[in-house]
Design a protein around this ligand. Structure first.
Ligand code: HEC
Length: 127
């Protein structure tokens, strides 16, 4: 009986440790992680008066306006970062001339791009 208790305790310990250590379990938060990236790297152009907004119609001030997309339609497909236009343009997968942030040397840092991808793949939640 003692040894069974030990095994159970050990299993619980391993399980909780892996839950903390496994980054795949981390749920990306729109409010805490995505909105700050948008604020720092996108918003200056993607709000009324900015060139990105004027040209494409994409207003990134709120979750709702972001999900609404450009005048041609949505740029985020929840659950699918590969076909989401927003991810394609930060990845530089569409065309160099529309790589976002527009005109930024080297583009967005890799860790920020992966965070955006993860958020989209997790359903692009308003969390
Ligand atoms: C310096 C200004 C500027 C910044 C900063 C900027 N954009 Fe843009 N964005 C533009 C312009 C201009 C367009 C219109 C491009 C075109 O249609 O030729 C655009 C268009 C877009 C589009 C629509 C592309 C399409 O195919 O219709 C997306 C999505 C986008 N931007 C995302 C972002 C994201 C995400 C960021 C931040 C990481 C960002 N932008 C930062 C200027 C900017």
């Amino acid at each position: 009986m003692k040894s069974l208790q030990r095994i159970v305790a050990l299993a619980a310990l391993i399980f909780s440790a892996s839950a903390i250590a496994d980054p795949a379990r981390h749920e990306v938060s729109y409010n805490k992680e995505i909105a700050p990236i948008i604020h720092d790297y996108c918003l200056s152009c993607h709000e009324p008066g900015g060139q990105g907004y004027e040209k494409s119609g994409l207003d990134m001030r709120t979750y709702q306006s972001l999900m609404k997309g450009t005048k041609f339609g949505s740029v985020i497909k929840p659950g699918d970062s590969f076909t989401s236009i927003l991810i394609q343009v930060v990845d530089g997968r569409v065309h160099a001339s529309i790589k976002m942030p527009y005109g930024m040397e080297g583009g967005l840092a890799k860790d920020k791009i992966s965070l955006l991808k993860k958020w989209v793949n997790q359903g692009a939640k308003n969390n």
